[in-house]
Design a protein around this ligand. Sequence first.
Ligand code: AMP
Length: 396
Amino acid sequence: MYPNHQNRFSRNQKPLNKRRNNEKTSEEFLREIRAAQQRQQNIQPVSQTEYSCQHTFNDFAIDERIKRAIVEKGYCEPSPIQDQAIPIILTGRDLVGIANTGTGKTAAFLIPLIDKVLKNRTERIFIVTPTRELAFQIDAELRSFSRGLNIRSALCIGGTNLGRQINDLRGNPNFVIGTPGRIKDLIQQKVLSLSNFTNVVLDEVDRMVDIGFIEDIRYFISLLPVKRQSLFFSATIPAKAQDIIKLFVTNAVTVSVKRTEAADTVTQNFIKIEDTQKKIEQLHDVLISKEVEKALIFGRTKWGVQKLSDELVRRGFKAGAIHGNKRQNQRQHILEQFKRNEITILLATDVASRGLDIEGISHVINYDIPASYEDYIHRIGRTGRANKKGVALTFV
Ligand code: AMP
């Protein structure tokens, strides 16, 4: 164990000053985690690992070429969300999928939608995600499923070349995948019209609501054809997401794979900040431990994350940072370096990290506490994936 670890939060510790009106102090935050962990102990832990699959990929009435791509990708059996959602989407019904990242939800909607396109080349699919990284990942997954199938997509995200996106859209791609800001721009520039998208996916709606995209989402829905297949995915359903569900889906089937609040594979620990001036030393001690193979460190502000990254690099760590002040291609470059283990420490803000799917993160470190318990769950969900063990450490 690490020298500075404290499993228990000291009762004598003074609560930190509230940072913003709606943000929690360390103590409030810890209470919330403890209560949630208690709740979780009381819930029969029905996790994905205990789910017994009803289908094999072969059972699905999908094009053989997609089945071959699934085999090539090395997917042996459907994940629980795929097992439940794919047959429903294939019937053409609307769906509300309650699932977090890491459950295989991307393939759960892409597989039946690619099949739909192969059956009818005029089908058009519109996918909206909260972040550029997530949109990029969906596009990459789409490409890997549809290699050689002549299915085109346009990735419409901010921070990248607009001209190229306009070109891609002029080619009437089957899939348009994007983030709200850029999509709105393209609609207003009359390069993109939503009126012929009869398939729509809203992904990670809870995050979109958090970031403040709710009005954009309502605007997009108002432009969509009434007759459409609507797929809604979210890890949680806060009240504002309920409103979107009402507006968006018709007679939907709800499937949920989110049984436990945090993955059973993640060990959660806390590090008591001895002295805020020396917090970086405590982090340094953690990072030099041999157990830390690959760490994702969360900070609250773009500025703070960058400063911490610079300091770690100065100290000889292989670190990089992603946040909203970095250009899209810089962020992508750093993510690729992290994926290839050229850097082993990635620092990120919540927004920049949403939807990230990176293998082998041994530790998630909350250098700054998250704004909410939900953010905490999202953050720690980046480790302990695919049933590997992970550790989440939170500075309090
Ligand atoms: P997602 O929740 O869509 O972000 O997917 C999380 C990760 O699981 C991605 O790396 C996928 O490639 C992977 N994945 C998705 N479906 C399966 C499956 N049926 N078997 C194995 N891995 C999968």
